[in-house]
Design a protein around this ligand. Sequence first.
Ligand SMILES: Cc1ncc(COP(=O)(O)O)c(C=O)c1O
Length: 363
Amino acid sequence: MNIEIYKPYLDNAKTYKGGKSKSEIKPGADLIKLSSNENLLGPSPLAIAAIRESIDTLHEYPDGNADRLCQAISEYYGDRLSTNQIVCANSGSECLEMIIRAYLDEGLECIVSTPTFMPYVIFSKKLGVTVRDIPLSAESYDIDIDGILSAVNSNTRLLFLNNPNNPTGAYLNDSDVKSLLDQLPDHVVVVIDEVYRHFASADDFSEATKWVNAGYPVIGVNSLSKAYGLAGLRIGYLYANERISAYINKLSRPFFLNTLAINAGIAALQDTAYISSTVDSVLSGRAYLFHEFGRLGLKCYPSQTNFILVRPSMGAEAFVEGLLEHDIMVRSVANFGADGCVRITIGKKEHNEALVKALENIL
Ligand SMILES: Cc1ncc(COP(=O)(O)O)c(C=O)c1O
């Protein structure tokens, strides 16, 4: 017996490769990074001030359970969520990993719909879980509700919904989500990953709080990496009913969130002016880019997020390389299941204009 490898499925598992940093791509160059769906406005000034104020206390341990951050999140949601329903973690990715560890094991199953955020698959496979993929429709990337329902069996424990979805930008409305929730058996918990929810402007966009409060076994997953502009600090949270949240919270590590993350996170949540200018900037950038992509004949998919999925006729790799020659980073998303497509983050006005100028050259 090989004592170095106990779990062959872990040995064979892939590790998630996120988008590359600027220095990994072109060290020293002044790149415009439109490849990781970050907030190009930079962090909230209140978060920066909170970090500065916290520096002198770094010799002390942070709050054990990030209670003050949970409290701030609960205050943000008003009477929709109580502190006991919230579990903080070291990123949205860690929330996903905790949920997977809490509900899945070798022999059990989960359901995903690709193209989507691949850690659902990658993290599950590390536990030897069977992942059933019910792909989005080929042409328009619509969800296949009947396909999902027919993939459920007695071993299914989790269904992942990404709303709005990375990398397609599409959203699920209330009637899609309700139809799924009403038809799923009791042993399936639904994970609604809504890290891009701030950018969903559609009236019938379906937020997970609604389903948690209506008593469904739903877990909402959120991150402060996107609209809150704190990707570098690694802060995420999930919410569900109190029973589910207490159960998942058993997996928390001691002092899992550092002091800077806790204090900056609280400040960012309270910085309503920053969030509204972020959302305004993304929504106006989105309208501008759709218009320009249309003018340039670049095929793109509708988006309720801070990015747009495009299908360049020259092929994804040539498109990514062509933009990099103009010092603009965008991401090919074949590894998300969207062959031939590229995902472009919406930046500030000047970034979007530079992108359009570069596109006029390469298309
Ligand atoms: C759909 C989705 N969920 C979760 C995450 C995780 O975000 P983070 O780990 O930065 O909090 C991301 C990040 O790209 C994402 O796109």
